[in-house]
Ligand binder design. Structure first.
Ligand code: ADP
Ligand code: MG
Length: 399
């Protein structure tokens, strides 16, 4: 058992007075390539990481759901029959409830969305205690939110015998995050967290929701993914994110397609003639990024991971110059990592801050970290938080 799994079990024992019936866990994720393509119905290629959130769980005799986290000394409890009222009735018209602290809306929202998904009569569902502990860094762009959702939905599927498929679980996590928490995210994070496989990425078609595991071979080939968290907050990004979404919708409308997914690089000449310069560059990023995801999958299969560096760098350049969502700290991280010999590097996540990733030879990780830290110091930036992540397995039962 990992320290976080033990912490979850210990918290459960303090709360309930006996050992948990089960421990379930789900990982955070990093996105290898495919940025701002999800809401354009395109392609993404994320992978689960070894950092995980653990849910130690056990049934209760009453109809109460009680959640506790190492984050907060105070557990939160709600009657299961009250969940629909708490989150506003049917999924689809819900709004976030101010009645529970925000962190508790993740696991309680998952319980609510899971029961709605299977159309359960809430009165017949046994109560449950859930104790959470995590080693996924929070707010670093590694989706601690999908990890808490994944661990909770895996545990509830087991205790409540819901018979959920991996895609059901992903959709439930997304519904909880969108409607119970109120964060307008796509389904990529949940799919990556739930369906991850060791040393693989998950290719996701965001229109059809078809998924395919793609062998990465990083561990086999002695490669590491270095995460460079700039610690630049992306909390001010809401306006920028909305603006980019609007530009994409405008581009699709003016090009006469349902979504930018329906354009290929062959359409870009026409796009340049029709669209204003800014809209064209936003569209160009999404269209070329979709192609880069497909090319990355093909390249991994045909040539292996050392051949994808150019695609990662091209993705960064496209986000920096065309989509304009990078910041100097992210550019510095990418440039310094490449100068130190990284195979490829790019900013990852929504942009305006957050983290970059670099694909690095295992024996060059320490040197790359030093070079990045030095470049940040030279530029007068705060020291970044750097650590490696390995492509890892999705949701599972630990005990
Ligand atoms: P990210 O997913 O990038 O880490 P989010 O803002 O989407 O950032 O999600 C982070 C939020 O998820 C936290 O602020 C907290 O509310 C909730 N959360 C994540 N992990 C835990 C945990 N182990 N216990 C309680 N809440 C958690
Ligand atoms: Mg999140």
């Amino acid at each position: 058992m990992t320290p976080s799994a033990q912490e979850a079990s210990a918290l459960f024992e303090r709360l309930v007075g006996s050992a948990p019936e089960r421990v379930w866990s789900a990982p955070g994720r990093a996105n290898l390539i495919g940025e701002h393509t999800d809401y354009n119905e395109g392609y993404v290629l994320p992978f689960a990481i070894e950092h995980r959130t653990y849910a130690a769980v056990g049934r209760r005799r009453d109809g109460i759901i009680r959640v506790a986290s190492t984050f907060d000394p105070n557990p939160v409890e709600v009657a299961i029959v009250e969940l629909p009222a708490l989150f506003g009735g049917d999924p689809g018209e819900a709004v976030q409830s101010g009645d529970v602290p925000e962190w508790a809306a993740y696991p309680l929202g998952v319980a609510w969305a899971a029961l709605a998904h299977v159309d359960a009569t809430h009165a017949q569902i046994p109560g449950v205690d859930i104790a959470l502990a995590s080693d996924v860094p929070i707010g670093a762009g590694l989706s601690s939110s999908a990890a808490i959702e994944g661990a909770t939905v895996g545990a509830l599927d087991d205790l409540w015998h819901l018979g959920l498929t991996p895609l059901d679980m992903s959709q439930i996590g997304r519904t909880a995050e969108n409607l119970a928490v109120g964060a307008p995210t796509g389904i990529m994070d949940q799919v990556a967290s739930i369906m991850g496989e060791t040393d693989s990425a998950t290719f996701l078609d965001c229109r059809t929701l078809e998924t395919q595991p793609v062998d990465l071979g990083f561990a086999r080939e002695g490669l590491r993914v270095l995460v460079i968290d700039t610690k630049v907050s992306h909390s001010h990004s809401t306006g920028g994110y909305r603006d980019r979404r609007e530009a994409c919708e405008r581009g699709a409308r003016e090009m006469g397609v349902k979504a930018l997914r329906d354009l290929t690089t062959g359409d870009l000449d026409r796009a340049k003639r029709i669209l204003d310069d800014v809209t064209f560059r936003r569209v160009a990023h999404v269209v070329t990024e979709n192609q880069r995801v497909l090319d990355t999958v093909d390249t991994l299969r045909a040539e292996g991971p050392r051949a994808i560096g150019g695609l990662l760098v091209a993705s960064h350049v496209s986000m920096r110059d065309d989509f304009e969502i990078s910041v100097p700290e992210l550019d510095t991280a990418v440039t310094a990592a490449l100068e130190a010999g990284a195979i490829g590097a790019r900013m990852t996540g929504g942009g305006f801050g957050g983290a970059a990733i670099a694909l690095v030879e295992a024996d060059r990780v320490a040197e790359t970290k030093r070079a990045v830290a030095q470049a940040f110091a030279d530029a007068g930036f705060a020291e970044p938080h750097q650590f490696t992540v390995a492509p890892s397995h999705g949701v599972l039962r630990d005990a």
